[in-house]
Ligand binder design. Structure first.
Ligand SMILES: NC(=O)C1=CN([C@@H]2O[C@H](COP(=O)(O)OP(=O)(O)OC[C@H]3O[C@@H](n4cnc5c(N)ncnc54)[C@H](O)[C@@H]3O)[C@@H](O)[C@H]2O)[C@@H](O)CC1
Ligand SMILES: [K+]
Length: 520
């Protein structure tokens, strides 16, 4: 299967326009409503759990809700439908859906239930209040806010139609309140808001109902959801038996100033465990604080930054930033790194210095050799000279803008990490969890990236693989620990190593196999 495309509201509307203006257009709302009703029946309801509250809003999302209600009623469920809009103001398709609901003997409540006057119990709720047409610049009227609060306080599963009401489809931002769904039946194709930012908190399991449309044949996608199929195309090739440490590249890591030595050590350990042949650390810490060996990982070769930079010709990749600090010396080393022809991973303080110093900024823009940036939202904000809130309000736009500004691929980290390229194409990662919200996980990611670049993966492949793998390793740990609390950056490393080996070798490679052939 192809990687799933992700579309903005404008693109979804364009797809809808093209479909509806072709000969014999399909009845999209009917198809959407039937698909969602089937999901509600199969996933939320049962014979002894058949009381369902359907909330219909003032637009076509409300129209979908009328269709869902009609099918659930026909299948014998006890449906209560609440609609507080004005029938004559409904868009054409939604009005038609309401008409058919009436024809099927359906009625509706004209006030939304709230905790004050809802005595009834429900087994499930269908959220058809607002879809992609929600204007989050306008504050939701109190009656909608009240019903959303009420639904969120019920301990019953909610199926959101298209997107959870309150979520901004293009960005995943929530103004102040949003339906908390257990499932989201999203129509035509995925939307960015389901995959990043607050969307990850509110969507539950996402089920894509394509309504019989091949959306990527109608509009060329610029944005995709990463999946394992795609990641398989990014994996390093299995190692040949006749290989040596030189085959898998040498990586240098510049960072580890006094007090933050651990950042560089974590990046180094991550690089080593992800298969780099040789890992050198160039530590900036002063003489009183610099370690001469990492006893936990003695394979790492510790150098001074000057020594490391003197032997750049021995390296296949340089990671600069973890614990780099912001002293003049750090600027100098960064300047030298930017002028080298090595593939570069620029992380943490390297990004902060580039944001602050015009000459570093220019040097990055002028670079021809491959590079990758790994900002978190605060670093992205510094690089774009905006606030962190500005970044979070539209993560996909910020990621693409940064990639274009520096003509360099990057990952914008955070819930629903986004890998973006200078041409505007970008990928959302489905992996990762709040266990990653702890110090050092970014250093580990930069080490992974460096290791894959040192093993000669292209920047594009190394970026997608390392981001996806980093999150998947954390997801695996979460499963093992029963939750995200207390996950540490160090633990991500062996978890990722096992996963990567498993993905490449499928448990099937190893030492030479010799057996006796039985003679007959
Ligand atoms: N585009 C398509 O091809 C399809 C769309 N369908 C449904 O149609 C939805 C889009 O329908 P609409 O464009 O009518 O949009 P919505 O139904 O999402 O919302 C628009 C309505 O909400 C009101 N509204 C928006 N922001 C508000 C605010 N802050 N406070 C109060 N009221 C506000 C608008 O005045 C309008 O009445 C999709 O999400 C999907 O559920 C489906 O029927 C399947 C096909
Ligand atoms: K909705």
């Amino acid at each position: 299967m192809n990687t799933r495309p992700v579309y903005t509201t404008a693109q979804i509307r364009e797809i809808e326009f093209r479909v509806l203006h072709a000969p014999n257009p399909p009845a999209l709302m009917e198809i959407a409503g039937l698909a969602a009703a089937g999901i509600a029946r199969d996933r939320l309801l049962a014979q002894d759990k058949d009381r369902v509250l359907v909330l219909a809003g003032p637009g076509n999302n409300g129209g979908d809700a009328f269709v869902v209600a009609r099918h659930l009623k026909a299948w014998g469920m006890k449906v209560t439908l609440a609609f507080t809009g004005e029938a004559e103001k409904l868009p054409q398709d939604a009005r038609c859906a309401m008409q058919r609901w009436h024809e099927a003997g359906g009625t509706f409540e004209t006030v939304f239930p709230t905790d004050k006057h809802a005595a009834q119990q429900w087994d499930a709720v269908i959220d058809g209040l607002f879809g992609i047409g929600l204007d989050t610049a306008r504050l939701l009227p109190e009656r909608y806010r009240e019903v959303i609060r009420y639904v969120n306080s019920l301990n019953v599963p909610v199926l959101a139609l298209d997107i959870p009401s309150g979520l901004t489809s293009d960005t995943g931002e929530v103004q102040d309140i949003c339906i908390h769904a257990a499932f989201t039946a999203t129509f035509i194709a995925l939307k960015p808001g389901l995959l990043t930012n607050d969307g990850r908190n509110y969507c539950g399991e996402i089920l894509v109902c394509n309504l019989g449309l091949q959306s990527d044949t109608l509009i060329t996608a610029q944005s995709w959801l990463l999946d394992h199929q795609h990641i398989k195309t990014c994996l390093p090739t299995p190692r040949l038996a006749n290989s040596h440490k030189g085959t898998f590249g040498s990586i240098g890591i510049l960072g580890g100033a006094t007090g933050i030595v651990g950042a560089a050590v974590l990046a180094g350990r991550a690089a080593l465990n992800l298969g780099a042949g040789r890992v050198y650390l160039g530590l900036l810490a002063d003489a009183d604080h610099v370690p001469v060996i990492d006893y936990g990982q003695p394979e790492l070769m510790l150098r001074s930054p000057r020594e490391l930079l003197r032997q750049v010709e021995l390296l296949d990749c340089l990671v600069i930033g973890p614990g780099l600090g912001n002293e003049i010396a750090a600027c100098d080393f960064l300047q030298q790194a930017l002028h080298s022809d090595l593939p570069l991973v620029l992380d943490a303080d390297a990004l902060n210095l580039i944001a602050r110093h015009e000459e570093l900024n220019k040097a990055l823009k002028r670079r021809q050799a491959p590079g990758v940036l790994t900002p978190h939202p605060a670093e992205a904000a510094r690089l774009l000279h905006v606030t962190k809130d500005d970044i979070q309000q539209n993560r996909p736009r910020a990621a693409c803008e940064l990639a274009k500004k520096f003509n360099c691929p990057l990952v914008l980290k955070g819930a629903g990490s986004i890998c973006a390229y200078p041409d505007g194409s970008h990928y959302f990662s489905p992996t990762g969890n709040p266990g990653l919200s702890t110090a050092g996980t970014g250093d580990v990611l930069s080490g992974f990236l460096g290791a894959l670049l040192a093993q000669k993966l292209t920047v594009e492949k190394a970026l997608l693989l390392s981001v996806y793998l980093h999150g998947a390793a954390a997801d695996r740990l979460l499963d093992q620990m029963g939750g995200p609390l207390g996950m540490t950056a160090s633990e991500i490393i062996p978890s990722a190593r096992s996963l990567l080996n498993y993905w490449i070798y499928d448990g099937s490679q190893g030492s030479i196999k010799i057996n006796n052939q039985e003679e007959r």
